[in-house]
Design a binder for this molecule. Structure first.
Ligand SMILES: Cc1cc2nc3c(=O)[nH]c(=O)nc-3n(C[C@H](O)[C@H](O)[C@H](O)COP(=O)(O)OP(=O)(O)OC[C@H]3O[C@@H](n4cnc5c(N)ncnc54)[C@H](O)[C@@H]3O)c2cc1C
Length: 362
């Protein structure tokens, strides 16, 4: 029988909820994950590009990503049998008019390389279309499934509970306890964590907590056949950010880098955006694209200032936010979950980020 009381209830079992559950379980807390779907990883976590990119994003994201790097190289003993990451590298391509963007990338730590070096790394690159290239050797592929499953296994080992088909419908706080009504029954706990991804504001509303104004933005992905030898290519990222491409699973992923604001929903790829992305891809890559093998879409969810939101709500007791990771929730998972766990347990905070930068209601 499912235990309906817990020290902490977490809404959402994506990478955010699962990683916090793992961290809290290590501290001896009984944690219950409530998931509205009939499986884990169905939304953003299962739809990412699976990259670790320490030189992308706003400063707060870069600080969290750099702080997370050692974890992906050397995870704690017993966390995962599978390697969590593998080298990939990112080539940043500059075209006429991209000087300011390339200067920004250089300032973020990308290394200058010659066009001839760039072509050796990525043979189909149309270097005649480029003015210069930069390279980041620290970009890595992540094994998102291994990471997510490792968190969930550790949660289970700590005698945590995962309840599927348990969409939170309403919640109220009385006498220091949350009483949470879900499609799978009622649950109680003194602390309720909102790790509902694109639905973070919807979930808050249902708990009587003021939403913070998150925006889910759709990102589309096409999968195409990969030429011989493609699996060793780096990720290619034009400075103007109108597509990116990387090898994965014997194929090539091509994303149009779309970021169209939308409502939370079961996202799908936008065909028009995919066509634009493939056209941009062929501007820089001498690769024939006869057909798309498959495609998918996912939601990257942002707070107004683009930084994640982590901490107790300033107006509602016992309501903790862990949301707004945007396009960086996998690569920042180690640092964000460590920070969230320390904050929730009122322990000393790690020094890689200030609580103010992530504070809800900021
Ligand atoms: C196309 C794409 C590419 C990306 N590439 C990268 C990348 O390369 N690197 C990187 O670091 N990040 C990347 N991201 C971002 C990353 O995937 C997200 O930041 C991360 O997965 C967010 O995790 P989450 O747990 O907050 O959200 P989710 O995985 O969406 O989990 C939220 C969960 O909450 C559940 N839920 C919602 N409402 C309720 C409710 N009322 N009751 C119960 N459960 C509920 C949902 O079913 C869902 O399972 C990418 C995202 C996309 C879409």
């Amino acid at each position: 029988m499912t235990d309906t009381s817990a020290d902490v209830l977490i809404i959402g079992s994506g990478i955010a909820g699962a990683s916090l559950a793992w961290r809290l379980g290590l501290q001896g807390l009984r944690v219950t994950l409530l998931e509205m779907e009939d499986r884990v990883g169905y939304h953003a976590t299962g739809r990412s590009a699976a990259m670790y990119e320490p030189r992308f994003g706003p400063p707060v994201i870069r600080a969290l990503t750099v702080a997370s790097g050692p974890f992906f190289l050397n995870p704690p003993d017993g966390f995962s049998d599978a390697p969590l990451s593998a080298p990939r590298g990112t080539l940043m391509a500059g075209e006429v008019g991209d000087d300011a963007l390339m200067a920004d990338a250089l300032a973020m730590g990308f290394e200058p390389i010659s066009l001839a070096q760039a072509q050796r790394l990525l043979p189909p690159l149309r270097i005649q279309a480029l003015t210069c290239c930069l390279y980041d050797p620290e970009t890595r592929d992540l094994d998102v499934d291994a990471l997510h499953q490792a968190c969930l296994r550790a949660h289970k080992r700590a005698r945590g509970t995962l309840v599927l088909n348990a969409e939170l419908q309403s919640a109220a706080r009385r006498n220091g306890m949350w009483r949470v009504v879900t499609k799978a029954g009622e649950f109680t706990s003194p602390i309720l964590v909102n790790a509902a991804g694109a639905w973070a504001d919807v979930a808050a509303n249902r708990c009587g907590v003021k939403p913070l104004g998150f925006t889910p933005k759709r990102r589309s992905m096409a999968v195409i056949d990969a030429p011989e030898g493609a699996q060793s290519w780096p990720q290619l990222f034009p400075a103007r950010d109108d597509f990116y491409t990387k090898p994965a699973g014997g194929k090539l992923l091509v994303s149009p880098s779309d970021a169209d604001p939308t409502e939370p929903h079961d996202a799908f790829a936008d065909d028009m955006r995919l066509a634009e992305g493939i056209e941009a891809f062929q501007r820089l890559m001498d690769v024939d694209v006869h057909r798309l093998d498959s495609s998918w879409g996912g939601l990257r969810t942002f707070a107004r200032d683009g930084n994640p939101v982590v901490g107790f709500d300033s107006q509602t007791e016992g309501f903790f936010w862990l949301a707004g990771q945007g396009g960086y929730g996998i690569q920042t998972m180690p640092a964000l979950s460590q920070f969230a766990s320390a904050l929730l347990l009122k322990q000393a905070l790690p020094d890689f980020i200030s609580a103010e930068a992530l504070r809800p209601n900021r």
